[in-house]
Design a protein around this ligand. Structure first.
Ligand SMILES: [Zn+2]
Length: 391
């Protein structure tokens, strides 16, 4: 790596800080635009969300601009949320931390893991905001893992690989084809394993089908105050909106055997209806829930979505397989499940909401990278003890 000073020097740390802040600035664009389906490079310049004025290059310096302008737009003085500054700073710190962890190895490993850390930050923030993991991010992870693994195989001595990463190490006598094959197979294994979990989950508790012999009454119950939310009442049982429409873009409640349908007091003739998070679709008519004052009816069959994991999580574990190796997949998923149960418990107590799985997977990956060797040692010792104890 000719363009970088010796990897362990302070100069490298400063270079990582500046590079990280710049990447963080771009990450803000990605986090804002990707989930909305907007292009990340069109328009090229960032713009103020309020006055829509493009921000000139000299006024778009990571970290510095926000501090100088005291968190306000230079044109219209609209406040720029602290979050933008926070993400720039956090990315910069992530890059410096990666330098610190890898400084005894090789610059390529540092840049490789800094890129992965950046990707995981974007995945986590978008998943928390929107409950999705954009495909674009997963594809970036696929490309980064393939190119990164090849470059590491070619330029990083195998001793340096082993020092830091027990997962990546490719024996010196192997060919580049072996490296590519290993990366792709590990990714496929991770993807398939979690995909089967999702399928199994769908069968076990994904969609709930309820069929009744006699028509049962249903209605929407409006929240009494700010702390409550809209619910779908079926046979005296309230199903809250955030639990029904975990993924607002795809989740819907399907009603059939419908009778006695009334919207705003008016009777409607229909056999079927679909309830989405913001609308009710009856035949070719769409009724906005916001404009509705009341809705009720009877039904004989209803399908309610109850999915905890989506394909975005499956893609993410595929990327983990590619970028971190096969060995880490099981511990990552186990740690993620425990972390997710704990956050779900806390969130349920606090807000009564679902928690996204992406950040938990990222947490599992971070624990695996930092403590993977210890976990592995501990596990082998544990197994040895178990084997020794046996008669
Ligand atoms: Zn402005």
């Amino acid at each position: 790596m000719l363009f970088l000073p010796p990897w362990e020097s302070l100069l490298s740390a400063v270079a990582m800080l500046l590079l990280g802040a710049t990447v963080g600035s771009f990450l803000n664009v990605v986090i804002y635009r990707l989930p909305l389906g907007l292009s990340v490079n069109d328009p090229k310049r960032s713009f103020c969300p309020l006055c829509k004025k493009a921000i000139p290059m000299w006024r778009n310096i990571p970290l510095v601009t926000w501090l100088i302008q005291r968190g306000r737009c230079a044109e219209c003085a609209a406040p720029i949320p602290f979050r933008y500054f926070g993400i720039e700073l956090f990315t910069a710190l992530l890059w410096v931390a990666t330098w610190w962890i890898t400084k005894d190895t090789h610059a390529l490993l540092g840049v490789y893991y800094a890129g992965l850390a950046t990707l995981w930050l974007a995945v986590s923030v978008i998943d928390i905001d929107h409950m999705i993991i954009p495909k674009e991010l997963s594809w970036f992870g696929v490309g980064w893992s393939l190119v990164g693994s090849l470059l590491i195989y070619v330029y990083v001595p195998v001793e340096a690989q082993v020092v830091f990463s027990h997962a990546l190490a490719a024996p010196a006598e192997t060919s580049w084809l072996w490296v590519i094959g290993k990366v792709i197979l590990s990714g496929a294994a991770g993807w398939l394993a979690l995909w089967m979990c999702v399928l199994l989950g769908k069968v076990m508790f994904g969609r709930q089908n309820f069929t009744f012999d006699e028509p049962v009454a249903w209605s929407f119950v409006e929240p009494k105050d700010e702390s409550e939310e809209l619910s779908f009442r079926l046979e005296e049982e309230d199903n809250y909106w955030s639990e029904l429409f975990f993924r607002p873009k795809t989740d819907k409640v399907l009603i059939s055997g419908l009778s006695d349908l009334k919207i705003d007091g008016k009777s409607l003739e229909a056999e079927k209806a679909e309830i989405w998070h913001d609308r009710v679709v009856v035949g070719s008519q769409t009724h906005s829930i916001e404009e509705m004052t009341s809705i009720s009816g009877k039904l004989k069959k209803v399908v309610i979505p109850r999915e905890a994991m989506g394909m975005g999580d499956v893609d993410l574990l595929g990327v983990f397989g590619m970028s971190l190796g096969l060995l880490g997949l099981l511990p990552i998923v186990l740690i993620a499940c425990i972390a997710n149960i704990i956050t779900a418990l806390i969130a349920k107590v606090g807000f009564g909401k679902h928690t996204p799985f992406g950040p938990s997977l990222v947490f599992g990956a971070v624990v695996w990278i930092v403590y993977g060797a210890q976990i592995f040692d501990w596990y082998s010792q544990f197994m040895e003890t178990v084997v020794l104890v046996e008669p």
